[in-house]
Design a protein around this ligand. Sequence first.
Ligand SMILES: Nc1ncnc2c1ncn2[C@@H]1O[C@H](COP(=O)(O)OP(=O)(O)OP(=O)(O)O)[C@@H](O)[C@H]1O
Length: 226
Amino acid sequence: MTAVVRVEGLVVRYGGATALDGVDLTVEAGEMVALIGANGAGKSTLVKALSGLVGAEAGQVDVRGRLAQVPEGREVFADLSVDDNLRLGGWRNGRRGRDTAGIYELMPELTPLRRRPAGTLSGGQQQMVAIGRALMARPDVLVVDELSLGLAPLVVRTLVGHLTALHRERGLAVLLIEQNARLALSLCERAYVLETGRIVLSGDAAALARDPRVAAAYLGGHVAAG
Ligand SMILES: Nc1ncnc2c1ncn2[C@@H]1O[C@H](COP(=O)(O)OP(=O)(O)OP(=O)(O)O)[C@@H](O)[C@H]1O
């Protein structure tokens, strides 16, 4: 298999504080991988390192192909229409973004909203815009930072449906960064558990969901069924 993301021995420090302390992580082409961890574990720092927003003190970050991000908090442009938000995602080297039709095909819920300012949409709709905007860059790997944060379960289910369709039907690799460990482990094939800057557990997501250490720390003490 070909790794689209390969992180080796990554160390990131903010001044004297070590945020990542020797992290190894890979995402193979077409794979769906979860990164779970509590607040402050270093998840956002890893996302920043993947896009080059923070530098590595040691180790390597190797991204093959195109990486696009669905940022935590969605970060849509509130005053711009849904369609303009999408187009911005396809903007490359000063050239206008490509046609947005494929995005509406994938997420038909956005079609009637295309002229609405994105700031007037619900959280779930904004998350769809953020996913669509990232897809406009035609990525090989999509990094989704906190898909479910602050959203109702039914809305999350719709978003998950779109993501899994992309993964299964188009072979898109996904790195899902989630505080909702139950969701992440049920969706992904493999997972990493990050604690205070270190990967403490990794492997098959279903096996991790049955691991008592994961259950105690991330699943409210309940080992996942199945
Ligand atoms: N700009 C910064 N300057 C100093 N310390 C920082 C900075 N950003 C993050 N940190 C620290 O680095 C560590 C990792 O933070 P990070 O935001 O990557 O964690 P996280 O797992 O993404 O948390 P959250 O889920 O709250 O976003 C934390 O101890 C945090 O306080």
